[in-house]
Each structure stands twice: as C-alpha cells, then as structure tokens.
Design a protein. Structure first.
Length: 184
C-alpha cells in the first residue's frame, strides 16, 4: 500500500487578485531600469528583453522569467541579494547576469539558457536542463561560475557540459541517474 501524501495549509480562504503585488512585463524592451528592495507576489515576463537592469534585494513569491512560447532575454542584469521562488521558470535566456548572495529555489529550468552568469548564495531545489526533454530544444549553458554557490538539491540534466562551468575546487560531478535513461 502506498502512503498518502500529506499537505500542510498555511492559510485558507480567497485572495483578492487586485491586492497582489505584481511586476509584469508583456512584450517590453527595458534597459537600465531598477526594480530593487521590493516584495512581489508575482514576477512575470512575457516575450520581453532586459539589458543592464537591477532586480536586486527583491523578494518574489512566484517568478516566471519567460511566460509564453517566445523567449525573454536578460543581458547583464543583477539579481544580487534577491530571494526568488520560481515555480515555473519559463522560456528565458540569461547572459552575463549575476545572482550574488541570492536565494533561488524551486527553479525548474526546462527552457532556460544560462551563459556567463555568476552565482553565489544558495540554490535550493534547482534543476538546469541542457535540452528540454519535452520539446528537444537545446538550451545554451556555458561559462557559468558556481564557485561560491551553496547547492542544496541541485541537478544538471540532459547534456549540460559541466566542463564548461566553474565549480569550487574539489567539486566532483555526482552520478546523475537520468543519464542512464534514454528517450526517443
């Protein structure tokens, strides 16, 4: 007999959608903007691009970095000091971004590309994918610096070349059971 899963409810009732603090971008091109020292219930970017933007010291309860089918792009953006609960990472590309002293959790990056990004702080329950197993679309994943990051349940799946990333001295690639699973 399989045990039933338990669920813990912290509150019950309904939430007025208008009362949620949301940061939403829909087909926007943003450069040099600052969105720092705020708390948001939701962060959503749909087919948008961001260059040299500051998303520092944010607290985000539900982040989707790329909603929809078209990729959102983040270039030279800073997420330093932020606490980000992802849920659904979406379709996005990060190039030269920093996540210093950030706490990123529940990040399931099926369609996320990361190039030359810097991570420190904590990555908790994070999965990076070299290829989306559903669409077979390849994600670019190279040049990332994890030397100061604390990993807690972090996986690199579907063909990410770990020799193209930087890890702390003495780091050993763990065995990934998904490497033994072949898909058509």
């Amino acid at each position: 007999m399989v045990p039933l899963a338990s669920v813990q409810v912290t509150s019950k009732g309904h939430v007025e959608v208008d009362s949620l603090r949301r940061l939403v971008f829909d087909h926007q091109q943003v450069q040099g903007a600052t969105y720092s020292y705020e708390q948001f219930d939701e962060f959503l970017a749909v087919s948008s691009s961001f260059k040299q933007c500051f998303f520092e010291h944010l607290s985000i309860r539900s982040a989707c970095f790329g909603g929809g089918r078209r990729e959102s792009v983040y270039e030279a953006c800073s997420f330093d000091g932020s606490k980000i609960d992802c849920g659904a990472a979406g379709v996005a590309r990060f190039v030269g971004c920093t996540f210093r002293d950030a706490y990123v959790f529940n990040f399931f990056g099926l369609s996320i590309s990361m190039v030359d990004c810097v991570f420190s702080g904590t990555l908790h329950k994070v999965a990076f994918y070299g290829t989306n197993p559903e669409t077979r679309k390849r994600n670019e994943f190279r040049g990332n610096d994890f030397r100061e990051a604390l990993f807690n349940e972090v996986t690199f799946r579907e063909g990410i070349d770990l020799t193209l990333q930087r890890f702390p001295d003495g780091w050993v690639k763990p065995d990934d059971p998904y490497d033994r699973i072949r898909t058509k």
